[in-house]
Design a protein around this ligand. Structure first.
Ligand code: ADP
Ligand code: MG
Length: 441
């Protein structure tokens, strides 16, 4: 009887600690906090390991890819100990992304057709993505989607992938960024596994490649891509591509490649109109469990025009300022919160940050993206990561991608380290102030 009471009490304590950890994560990582975090449950807690049960594999993958750092951090803050974190669902623990090359693509739980707001700017792209998911290889092949950064291309590609998986659970799908394609190609050459590489990509039912502009000036990869493309196309397998420009507009891509890209359907996404932006803000707020009034949604949509990622950045700021009280956020609070955001540099891009930081420390951008580990390079690199995290709404992965394809744990570590130095090191602190000033100019 006594034992039972003790066990119950311990379980209750663990549950409370866990809830405190989740609340802390919401503060530490507002950009990635979602309403469904409240559905996470503690599965096991002991021996320095916290295992968290997630609603499904997709959300577990999202947490592993984006939030492992903030959970580790939060657990350490709340318990005072180093705790390692595992996310699981359906009785399986998710692995880190890098180890799974041939595995199923990991999809972002937010990026569904349901969560995509349709407006005049993207109606055609959206409709063609749905058509493709419903009839692989027959309607539009290849489907080529282009538009500026932050307008929803990657979102739509995830949605195609998910929808196809639902319609045809046995379909073989490969979904990767063009950069990953190139990196895997290079490492296949290095490790002598080119035959496996070829057979993997030339035998799928659906190949989705994001950001093909990355192929420019990579001649050998273009060649491989060309053959992969032809093999799939000749077998009537579906190909979906995205880029930041129309096929013919991407500099230094050979004509034989761009003419292949054009032979199916090419569809453009434009910047969203005001009404579409309002609807997107409302949708995104709901996903995060935030309640905002119509005026607030209109205010944000009025402030940010070009890039939807920035609309989300504004919501993140608002979320960070107001916390998760569950109360509706009014216009006065929003104006105050977003006014402050403006002074810390609205519209800042990672490229701006890299430009300013490399000029300041007199290093080359290529050095930051290289594997060099000397301190004269690592410090500016880590500072870039820290500032990108602070001044933009890019995910850890995206930031890592801009800095030589580093993974999210590296970025998290850099942010922690520079964040710590900012508290203790006067020199770093004044450098950060100066850099922030230059970047927002
Ligand atoms: P791109 O790949 O074109 O740079 P993303 O697909 O990464 O852009 O989109 C950036 C962000 O904007 C994502 O969070 C995405 O969900 C959101 N987004 C873009 N368009 C829409 C839309 N029409 N409805 C809802 N969210 C959108
Ligand atoms: Mg994208």
């Amino acid at each position: 009887m006594y034992e039972q009471t003790v066990r119950k009490k311990l379980a209750q304590d663990a549950k409370e600690i866990f809830e405190a950890i989740v609340e802390r994560v919401k503060v530490l990582d507002p950009a990635n906090s979602r309403r469904w975090f409240d559905d996470l449950v503690i599965k096991n807690f002991g021996g320095g390991l916290l295992e968290i049960n997630c609603p499904d594999m997709e959300s577990a993958g999202f947490l592993q890819d984006n939030c492992i750092g903030s959970f580790t951090h939060a657990a350490q803050q709340i318990t005072g100990h180093l705790v390692s974190i595992k996310f699981s669902a359906d009785g399986k623990v998710v692995k880190s992304k890098l180890s799974e090359i041939t595995a199923e693509p990991r999809l972002h739980p937010d990026y569904t057709f349901d969560n995509f707001v349709v407006g005049p700017c993207n109606r055609l792209a959206h409709a063609s993505c749905i058509a493709v998911s419903n009839s692989l290889g027959t309607t539009y092949n290849p489907l080529f989607i282009y538009g500026s950064a932050g307008l929803g291309k990657t979102h739509l590609l995830h949605a195609i992938c998910r929808e196809t998986r639902n319609n045809l659970p046995k379909a073989k799908i490969q979904f990767l960024s063009c950069e990953e394609f190139v990196n895997r190609f290079i490492s296949a050459i290095e490790t002598g596994s080119l035959a496996e590489f070829k057979s993997l990509y030339r035998t799928v039912d659906l190949l989705i490649i994001d950001d093909v502009q990355f192929l420019r000036e990579r001649e050998q990869s273009q060649e491989e891509f060309f053959h992969t493309f032809n093999a799939l196309y000749d077998n009537r397998r579906q190909i979906v591509l995205s880029a930041d420009e129309a096929p013919g507009q991407i500099p230094s891509l050979p004509e034989r490649l761009t003419s292949r890209f054009r032979c199916g359907l090419v569809t453009r996404i434009d910047a969203p109109t005001y009404e579409t932006r309002v609807a997107i803000v409302q949708k995104k707020a709901r996903l995060r469990g935030m309640k905002i009034s119509d005026e607030v949604a209109e205010c944000i949509a009025g402030m940010v025009k070009a890039n939807i990622r920035e609309l989300e950045g504004a919501l993140t700021t608002l979320y960070a300022m107001t916390g998760t009280t569950g109360e509706e956020i009014g216009l006065d609070i929003a104006k105050k919160a977003l006014g402050e955001r403006e002074t810390t540099g609205k519209n800042v891009s990672i490229t701006d940050i890299i430009k300013v930081v490399t000029a300041y420390y007199d290093v080359r951008p290529a050095d930051l993206q290289s594997k060099k580990r000397s301190q004269s390079i690592t410090t500016p690199r880590q500072i870039c990561m820290y500032l990108a995290r602070k001044l933009t709404s890019h995910s850890l992965e995206e930031i890592g991608g801009h800095l030589g394809g580093r993974d999210h744990t590296t970025v998290m570590h850099a942010c922690d380290k520079i964040g710590g130095l900012q508290q203790t090191d006067d020199k770093i602190q004044s450098q950060l102030v100066e850099l922030t000033k230059r970047i927002s100019r």
